[in-house]
Design a protein around this ligand. Structure first.
Ligand SMILES: C[S@@+](CC[C@H](N)C(=O)[O-])C[C@H]1O[C@@H](n2cnc3c(N)ncnc32)[C@H](O)[C@@H]1O
Length: 277
């Protein structure tokens, strides 16, 4: 089942009065419904009955919950926890396919422009590897979750120098990449452009992890991704990297220079110029 989510079937709520100002500001910014308690007082509570998704604000930040709990669990961006913290500590490792794909080496740390930021997972890995990463995201709900995750990680970074350094290499902008890339100056051109668009034909299956399900429901398919690839090839200094699922066709039907293929993910590399050694 595929849902079309728009701002009318998302609510925002908190059950903690402390967060009311945040909730009110976000509801205005995002143009989404504020879910209020039946007695009409200021203590706003979740009312998920007829809404497809709810943004909930609590002491852990902002999280996205599907109304139908069978779809997937809550989604929240947490750069200081679990997998992300592990990646930071144990590497980011040059051995990772993504490092090879963007051309990170002991001597070269490319500047990367991530045109499809999503929840920032890939950008965070690249920043952990030592790359300066600009990341663009156009979907307002996804951008809201990402911005919240970045703000909390910057705050946590006060006690974790390693995290602070990584977060210092990430620069997020909410915008449409197709517009933003056209206004880059010559100095603003990145070494590498990274693209991980939604794949319109990805099937839903039990194997699809919860983040991907949320993307499918909230973002849908990035139908304009083909044109983004062409803009990227005109802009990047050294290479463009496209992340696909292993058996997906090439983006824009354009064969890459070469691919790095893993069990479930493939990186298609468009090599434009030799990376400095
Ligand atoms: C599959 S997700 C990316 C996941 C990401 N790599 C991660 O690690 O979380 C694709 C994202 O790209 C965003 N996107 C697609 N086209 C875009 C564009 N032209 N400008 C900005 N964001 C775009 C979508 O809104 C979606 O959030």
């Amino acid at each position: 089942m595929s849902m079309n989510i728009n701002m009318e079937n998302i609510t925002i709520s908190t059950d903690l009065p402390l967060y009311l100002p945040v909730v009110k500001r976000l509801s205005e910014q995002l143009g989404i419904v504020l879910s209020s308690s039946s007695n009409g007082d200021e203590n706003i509570v979740a009312d998920l009955n007829d809404q497809a998704y709810a943004l909930i604000v609590d002491e852990h930040g902002i999280s996205l919950h599907p109304n139908d709990r069978r779809l997937h669990g809550p989604i929240r961006v947490d750069f200081n926890n679990g997998a992300n913290s592990h990646r930071r500590r144990f590497g980011g490792g040059n051995g990772q396919a993504i490092a090879k794909a963007v051309g990170v080496s002991g001597r070269f740390f490319p500047s990367v422009l991530d045109l499809t930021a999503g929840l920032g997972g890939d950008a965070f890995v690249l920043a952990s590897l030592g790359c300066d990463v600009r990341l663009f995201e156009r979907n307002a709900i996804i951008a809201c979750l990402l911005r919240d995750g970045i703000e909390r990680a910057l705050y946590a970074g006060r006690d974790h120098p390693e995290l602070r350094d990584v977060m210092g290499r990430l620069k997020f902008l909410e915008c449409d990449s197709a517009d933003a890339i056209k206004s880059l100056t010559e100095e603003g051109r990145p070494d590498v452009i990274y693209l991980d668009p939604m794949f319109p034909h990805r099937k839903k299956s039990a194997k699809v992890k919860k983040e991907m399900q949320a993307f499918q429901n909230i973002v849908g398919g990035d139908e304009d991704a083909d044109s983004l690839l062409k803009l990227a090839i005109d802009c990047a200094r050294y290479r463009v990297v496209v992340k696909r699922s292993t058996h997906a066709e090439f983006l824009a039907d354009l064969p890459p220079t070469y691919s790095l293929t893993g069990k479930s993910t493939r990186f298609d590399i468009f090599a434009l110029r030799k990376i400095p050694s």
